[in-house]
Design a protein around this ligand. Structure first.
Ligand code: NAX
Ligand code: ADP
Ligand code: K
Length: 507
């Protein structure tokens, strides 16, 4: 499935028109497709279409005409005094059919009667902050108990970034013309969009443009997961060094190691704080556990870097961070690893926090992946979590550029950025919002790095399999999403990887 920004959609649209396909035809197909999804999904009886002054409003007029044709009682609010071009023609058709037009002051009453609102106020032509007149309409739509179908993008959401500055419609279903709009899959736009679908508008494949953000679906990952080739031994299958845990925090190390083992590496070494090592050694049957000198707080301290570097020589990738704690000792340890280790390195959790204000990553030449959530990325970038969350795509890209690494920004979307490339992972599920799932993810990506995948591909494949494992658990148990615990993911990772290997698109 394609993702387009507003600019990319505009270019594809212009290319199609240059090939002789008129904008009117594209608008007609968009509106007809959206109406048919609305009828199928909501079976509305009374609908209100709120239509703005641009082509998004034009689509809305077509949706309204189609709903009227299907016997739905439709009322239409057209916000502009005078329309031109395709929207004008479609508005004229509505009036010719005798569809009732309402004024803004009547909207409240109309919404009170409706069971469906068609939000065609603002589309990809919108960016920035909504003007007060439109903001007032959006507040009314959001206050209505009716279901909301958003045309192309929920009004107030930036279709290219998912950013929301001010009011934005909260839709039950967003139907995008031709390609999903980037803003409908990135938070907070993602949450405003509700369920997301695309309709074919007859754009020829010759008009497609190169997208700047891709959907991290199974098709885009096909053929990327390497198989262990004969003659194989445990080191050739991928040797991962995990640097995790502290005296008071052992579970993080367990989940990272276990995630890595199920993601297929041949051997996992764990270097952890000395006080945690006996317990972890007992719990992690297949891993090789080594205790490193610890400080008074039970974090790996002075001398731990030597222990890590001693092991790193045998490893084809290193994961550092889960449960190591934050402090000066941790900072020296992480900076030392970033500086000295030549194999690909993944930094997660406390390792990222320990690097705030450091330029160690930018100075590193070998591959690196960081897997922060918004809070951790904020600490690394000298910003607040709120600021990061408001512009997730921009910050993921900025962090990747500034630190010269691959960034996987965790959240309900999960964005992977490196250089010019960016992907949004669709397999995540709210079930993952539970402690420890991030540790499993770092182990999974670490394993893929140890098996020879590049940083960007490993991060993408790891994110896909991690989210997919949660969905497989939900399907198999039928239990509520809230009941998932991080270790539940482990037995489902192999099935998720099997799907990627088979190239079978999941249902
Ligand atoms: N590009 C394409 O290929 C196609 C586009 N279509 C539709 O056309 C839409 C894009 O149409 P337009 O480019 O006309 O743009 P929109 O209709 O999204 O937006 C333009 C309108 O928004 C208003 N506006 C802009 N910024 C605002 C702000 N900050 N506060 C309040 N109002 C603001 C403008 O005054 C104008 O009336 C798409 O979202 C889609 O619905 C479809 O008809 C199918 C084909
Ligand atoms: N609402 C959500 N929808 C989808 N995935 C989520 C959601 N909330 C969290 N996740 C995922 O769960 C994981 C949580 O990781 P993290 O915040 O590091 O937790 P921990 O440190 O406890 O392991 C990440 O992969 C994140 O993308
Ligand atoms: K809209």
């Amino acid at each position: 499935m394609r993702l387009y920004t507003a600019e990319e959609m505009g270019r594809a649209d212009r290319a199609a028109q240059e090939m002789g396909i008129s904008g009117r035809v594209l608008m007609e197909r968009a509106g007809v497709g959206m109406a048919s999804l609305a009828l199928e999904r909501f079976s509305p009886r009374r609908a209100v279409a709120v239509c703005g002054g641009g082509n998004n409003g034009g689509d809305g007029f077509v949706v309204a005409r189609e709903l009227h044709r299907a016997g739905v009682e439709v009322e239409v609010l057209a916000t502009r005094e005078e329309y031109r071009g395709d929207p004008e023609a479609n508005l004229r058709a509505l009036k010719g059919l005798g569809v009732r037009m309402i004024r803004p002051e009547e909207l409240g009453v109309s919404l009170g009667r409706a069971d469906l609102v068609v939000d065609a106020l603002l589309g990809t032509g919108f960016s920035g902050e909504v003007r007060e007149r439109e903001a007032a309409l959006i507040r009314r739509i959001n206050a209505s108990p009716a279901r909301v179908l958003a045309v192309d993008v929920p009004s107030g959401v930036d279709g290219s970034t998912g950013e929301v500055r001010g009011e934005a419609v909260r839709a039950d279903l967003t139907v995008c013309a031709h390609a999903l709009k980037v803003g409908c899959v990135i938070s907070p736009g993602r949450e405003h969009a509700g369920e997301v679908a695309a309709v074919d508008i007859g754009l020829p494949s010759e008009a497609e443009v190169e997208p700047s953000v891709v959907l991290n679906d199974a098709a885009s990952l096909a053929g990327l997961i390497p198989r262990t080739a004969e003659p194989a031994h445990k080191y050739s299958a991928g040797a991962l060094l995990v640097v995790a845990g502290s005296r008071a925090m052992t579970g993080a190390a367990v989940m990272t190691v276990a995630g890595a083992q199920r993601a297929g590496c041949g051997i996992v070494f764990l270097v952890t704080a000395a006080g945690a090592a006996p317990l972890l050694d007992a719990r992690l049957t297949e891993a090789i556990v080594e205790g490193a000198p610890e400080d008074a707080e039970g974090h790996m301290g002075e001398g731990a870097l030597e222990a890590v570097l001693g092991r790193a020589g045998r490893a084809s990738a290193v994961v550092v961070g889960p449960g190591i704690g934050v402090g000066e000792g941790g900072r020296r340890l992480v900076e030392g690893i970033v500086r000295e280790v030549e194999a690909p390195v993944l930094l997660d959790a406390d390792a990222i926090t320990n690097l705030s204000g450091s330029d160690a990553l930018a100075a590193r030449e070998a591959p690196a992946v960081i897997t922060p959530h918004a809070g951790e990325l904020g600490r690394l970038m000298g910003a607040g979590a709120r600021e990061i969350s408001a512009s997730r795509l921009r910050h993921a890209r900025e962090a990747a550029a500034r630190h010269g690494c691959c960034v996987l920004l965790k959240g309900s979307d999960t964005i992977i950025a490196e250089g010019e490339k960016a992907a949004v992972n669709p397999t995540g599920h709210v079930a993952l919002a539970t402690a420890g799932t991030g540790d499993v993810l770092s182990g999974v990506i670490g394993a893929l790095l140890s098996r020879g995948m590049g940083a960007y591909d490993a991060a993408r494949a790891g994110a896909w399999a991690h989210g997919r494992a949660a969905r497989l658990w939900l399907r198999e148990t039928g239990w509520p999403a809230e009941s998932l615990i991080a270790t539940d993911l482990l037995p489902h990772l192999p099935r998720a990887f099997a799907e990627l290997l088979e190239g079978r698109p999941p249902r």
